[in-house]
Structure formats: C-alpha cells, structure tokens
Design a protein around this ligand. Sequence first.
Ligand code: ZN
Length: 423
Amino acid sequence: MTTTTPLAENQRTVAIKPCRFCGAELQRTFVDLGMSPLCETYPSAADLNRGETYYPLRVYVCEKCFLVQLEQYETAESIFSDYAYFSSYSDSWLKHCENYCNKTASRFGLNEQSFVVEVASNDGYLLQYFVRQNVPVLGIEPAANVAKVAVEKGVPTLVQFFGTQLAKQLAADGRCADLVLGNNVLAQVPDLNDFVEGLKLLLKPHGVLTMEFPHLLKLMELNEFDTIYHEHFSYFSMLTTVRIMEAHGLRVFDVEELKSHGGSLRVYACRTEDRTHRVEPSVRKLIEEEERAGLTSVDSYASFARQVKETKFALVDFLLRVARDGKSVAGYGAPGKSATLLQYCGIGKDLIAYTVDRSPYKQGRFLPGSHIPIHHPDRIRETKPDYVVILPWNLKDEIMQQLQFIREWGGRFVVPIPKVAVY
Ligand SMILES: [Zn+2]
C-alpha cells in the first residue's frame, strides 16, 4: 500500500472518474465544450427569473477501451422523467421507423405469435407499426408524460427505467422477446453494463437485439460536436460496441450504417451461444474502417477539439457579419443539440432573435442557457427573416423543403454543421 501525503490528497480533489464500461481511470480529454445546462429542459417564462444549473461539458476518451464519455452530473430520474422529446414530430424519422418494422418483421419472421420489446419506446412512434401488423409489443419508457401518449395510441407501455432488475422480472413472467430494440437510448444510459446485461436477459434463446445509436466515427468526421450533451453519456464506435456486447454474452452479427442523426449505426446481436445467425462481412468491414481512421490509437482523438474550435469561430464570424449589416436572423427547430451549439459558441438573442419548433410542448418556452424564445413555425412567415439557421441540421433537406416560402422575400438558409453553409 502506498502512503498518501495530505498534499497529494488535495491534488486529487478533482476526482478521477472510472470508465463507464471498463472501469479504467479517465484521464484523456476528447473535447471540452465549457459549461452548459441540461439541454432537454426548456425553461418557461416563469423560470427565466430563476437561476439555471450549468455543468461542465467535458468529454473523455478511455485510453483502454476507447469509449468516449461524459460524466453524469444529474440522476437519470431528474433528466428523463418528464422528457420533452416527442419522437413523433419528424416525418422522415417516422418513415425510417416504419421501414425498420417492415424489414425486421420479414427478416426474422415476426408475426402474431412473436413478442417485441422496445426500450425507451417514447410515445409509441415505432411500436405503432408493429401493432398495425398484429405483432404483440411492449414499450418501456421512463417518462410518464410521454408513455401516456403511447398508451392512448394502443401501444402497451411500462413506465420504468430499464436494467437487469426489470429484465429479470419480465423473464420470470415469461415475457422474453423475439426482438428487443432500442433507438437512441444506449448513449443515454448511465449504468451501461447493467443496461446491456438486461438486454441480453430479455432475449429469448434465439431472440434478436437491434440497437441504433449515433456513430462516433461520423461524429468525428462530420464535426457533429453539438450532438454532445449532458443527456448523452456515451459515444460509440463499432469497435467499442462489439467489445461491450461481447462482455455481456452478446454477439454482433450485422451492422448497417444509417443517415439518421448525422450518421448512426444499427447493430444486430444475438446471444453468443445462438448460432442461428452468421456474422455478416459488414461487421469486419466497419471495424477495419475504424482501424484505418485511427480509432484504436488515443492520439487520433486529439484533433477533434481543434476542429470544433474552428467551427465556432466561423459560425460566430458569420453571425456577427450579418448582424452588423442589419440583417435579421431566426432559427428553425429547438433540438437538444441546439443548446450545445449556441452555448459553446456564446450565441444569444442578439444574434438569433428567436427559433420555432413544431412541438407544442416547446412553443412559448425558451432554449436552455441562451433563453432564445421558441415560437410556432408561423412566426417565420410573419416576420420574414433574412436568414433562417437550421438547428437540427440532420433534417436540413426536409426543413428547406417545408420552408421554401422564405425565398419569396429573398430569405436564405444557414446550416451550421459540419461548417457554416448558406443556401
Ligand atoms: Zn474504458
């Protein structure tokens, strides 16, 4: 045992955190985005006179397993119990989900005798398509306000957090599944090991697991730093994902690269002992691509921070220039990622007067941190801004299509990521 001097103890008051997956000490910063409030908590007018809690948005990369991760500052309960994100508000996302349901139902022969469980099922945005095909489903969703909408739609939903405890209970009740799925939830899980272990326990012996999550390689290549926020604790490469699944008795047998959320992966896994599915070449191919991109060397992760800083300078430059020219600028959308972008770049109402969002929940509220007001989309037609900054840049084609009318007054679109572009 080593003797610790009082001074050495003081130096360790900034606690070194263990990696969420492998437990190694986290020492390497991936990117430091400064201080930021929780990005899915939209203050109302009454909240504006109160303080807002900011947390460090400092991302680490584990030198042992390469899991890129954020520290958790708030309990999952306080973040997700009254979650503002209703999946059903994007047309392209709904289409994506419908296609997924048709495809998996035919690939794995799902029918009236099957059982499908979705973890973080939100408002039933996806399971509704299985319900239409008479496939029995169960949603698991911790946000009661969101789950209620799902139940009203005819999607049975448990209001609970998912982990080994719930998985064991469902298994004991004979409710293991032929298909377990989770979209954009893996990143949001504080206790990653407990969660993935639970997924395995919930699978029938020949059950299939599919998980969709943003792909770290794309995040780095396409400079998607604004997808980093407090509600996303982990950022996965294929390499790390395979390793995590293996540690919990799961074998990844296929992967698809998707365009959603700026570049996502959909991995398919089964129990390690289940030999039904042969491993597709896609798995090896993607791992090799990541190896070529340097994701197995910690130094490759260092260039990201420089690239992020450049993007900030370019965006702020642009907005200052148009502000000085007396042009008006509005935003479109109030996604979680807008908080990171605006907060990190120091952009407030003086540079973007307001934003709009189709979600009635967000209208009349304010973006966290910047307190930029969120209005109904009609506001754009009423005020005719010279520029509209598309904050959910991953939906830029769809949004530009919907907002073609801004051309009537010579309005132009601004897309901030991967670098500022004006259309
Ligand atoms: Zn690790």
